[in-house]
Design a protein around this ligand. Structure first.
Ligand SMILES: Cc1cc2nc3c(=O)[nH]c(=O)nc-3n(C[C@H](O)[C@H](O)[C@H](O)COP(=O)(O)O)c2cc1C
Ligand code: SF4
Length: 436
């Protein structure tokens, strides 16, 4: 049964997880999170990663705005070893909203400027984060002008209530080229790595699942066709931007019928994610960021929470079950593919106890890096606190209230309404005043 977080001590948390039949590991010693790691010639200072978190605050031409810069400078002073920039569109038509970042030849200098500032700010604080950019096409969830403009790999009756536009092979070839062009611009703007976003229902994971796409070189029963878009785009980027580190944020299970990484009942089946990861390994991909679920269909899978966004259903399952699912499935992948460094997701629900559970997971070889999403909005300097004080401050943690998701669903500038109240508490007030 779903329940709000009410655990005052580790013992309370572990007792609850045992009652639920879960086996959450725990380490008093958080030092595994603070150990450096070398990756493709970079020395990553620690295992803590700012996960990609869309801020819905770009300029209408896709450039980072002052609000965007503010968010990234908070991360820069926070001490994470890696800052994984939010979804940046490769084409205006595939933006998730009119204020999504979008990199073009006319604004790539603005991204360079932001990266320089992030690097300088981090260096002043003794940090040197790896900067990864997440490139995306929003596919089924495109809203370039604010209204839904779904563009899908194949129709999925579980997801599609109205008839969406099914992208042709020619459309997809053009989109591949847009990913390559955006990668070239991202490399010139000073990013260290490019993530081809393949998660949360957006275009690339939709293609990975597109068994119902018939007579296409990019879909159908055979995995070689469904994996083709991603694998071919990686090769193409490697040719055009030699030496660039390429990664992907991959859904290892969509957890709905007709999705990727599921059986006929829509339950987790890692057979195809394993096959794909094997191919990524053969392409010498050294870093992968794993996640599950869809914020549009089963948000409790992607980000276990205390309360849903108003109007959405309270899920049946306990949030700790969601946390444990993400840990266990990710650990399976990391242990089977030790050559690929895995970033693990969905830690914020655990609040001040997250570092202790995460340290145990890293120590046991269940992940190489630990990514924080909502927690990075709420408490971007948690890594610095862990370095200086050996623990997280319960007064600063994310309380998984879904306030930021409420802003994002309504396409408002998004951040933490609780811990960054001056800015985002105000955004929420405006939203409520507008009757949303
Ligand atoms: C407001 C909001 C924006 C997000 N934006 C992105 C994004 O741009 N790219 C992405 O891969 N995931 C995105 N996510 C998912 C997070 O990266 C993360 O996987 C999720 O919040 C669970 O991690 P957490 O428990 O640390 O928050 C977003 C989540 C939220 C709540
Ligand atoms: S608004 Fe803040 S506290 Fe609430 S879920 Fe988002 S980051 Fe966490």
């Amino acid at each position: 049964m779903h329940e709000r977080f009410k655990y005052k001590t580790f013992q309370d948390l572990i007792r609850k997880s045992k009652d639920l039949g879960l086996d959450l590991p725990l380490s008093e010693d958080i030092s595994p999170l603070l150990e450096p790691l070398s990756l493709a010639g970079f020395r990553i200072q620690n295992r803590l990663v700012v996960q990609p978190m869309e801020g819905y605050d770009a300029e209408y031409n896709g450039s980072p705005s002052e609000m965007t810069e503010r968010r990234y400078l908070r991360y820069a002073t926070g001490g994470s070893g890696m800052i994984w920039y939010e979804a940046v569109a490769v084409t205006g038509n595939g933006r998730s909203n009119p204020r999504q970042l979008w990199i073009t030849k006319n604004n790539s200098d603005k991204f360079s400027f932001l990266n320089d500032k992030v690097r300088r700010t981090a260096a002043r604080n003794g940090f040197n984060p790896l900067l990864v950019v997440q490139l995306t096409h929003s596919g089924r969830y495109s809203r370039p002008e604010g209204k839904p403009k779904p563009q899908v790999a194949a129709i999925n009756p579980v997801l599609d209530k109205t008839l969406p536009y099914v992208l042709t092979d020619d459309d997809l070839k053009r989109i591949q080229e847009q990913f390559v062009n955006a990668s070239r611009l991202a490399a010139r703007s000073g990013f260290n790595a490019i993530d081809l976003k393949a998660c949360h229902g957006y275009l690339i994971v939709d293609l990975l699942a597109s068994k119902e796409r018939k007579e296409s070189v990019f879909g159908g029963e055979e995995t070689s066709k469904r994996f083709r878009f991603l694998l071919e785009t990686i090769d193409w980027i490697r040719d055009e931007v030699p030496g660039m580190l390429i990664t992907t944020r991959l859904n290892i299970s969509d957890l709905y019928k007709g999705g990727f990484g599921v059986d006929g009942n829509g339950l987790v089946d890692l057979t195809e994610p394993r096959m794909l990861t094997e191919q990524l390994k053969l392409k010498e991909m050294e870093l992968i960021n794993l996640t599950m679920g869809s914020p549009y269909f089963n948000p409790y899978v992607t980000r276990p929470f205390d309360v849903p966004v108003p109007g959405q259903k309270v899920p049946e399952e306990h949030p700790l079950e969601g946390v444990a699912r993400m840990i266990s499935q990710t650990s399976i992948m990391q242990k089977e593919f030790p050559e690929v460094m895995v970033v693990s997701s969905a830690w914020s629900y655990l609040r001040q106890f997250a570092p202790n559970v995460a340290a145990a997971v890293v120590k046991n070889g269940g992940a190489s890096f630990i990514g924080f999403g909502r927690s990075s909005f709420a408490y971007p300097d948690m890594p610095a606190d862990l370095m200086n004080n050996g623990k997280a401050d319960p007064g600063k943690v994310c309380i998984s209230c879904s306030g930021c998701s409420r802003l994002s669903i309504n396409m408002r500038p998004t951040g933490c309404v609780i811990r960054d109240k001056r800015v985002y508490g105000n955004e929420l007030k405006k939203l409520i005043a507008d009757g949303k």
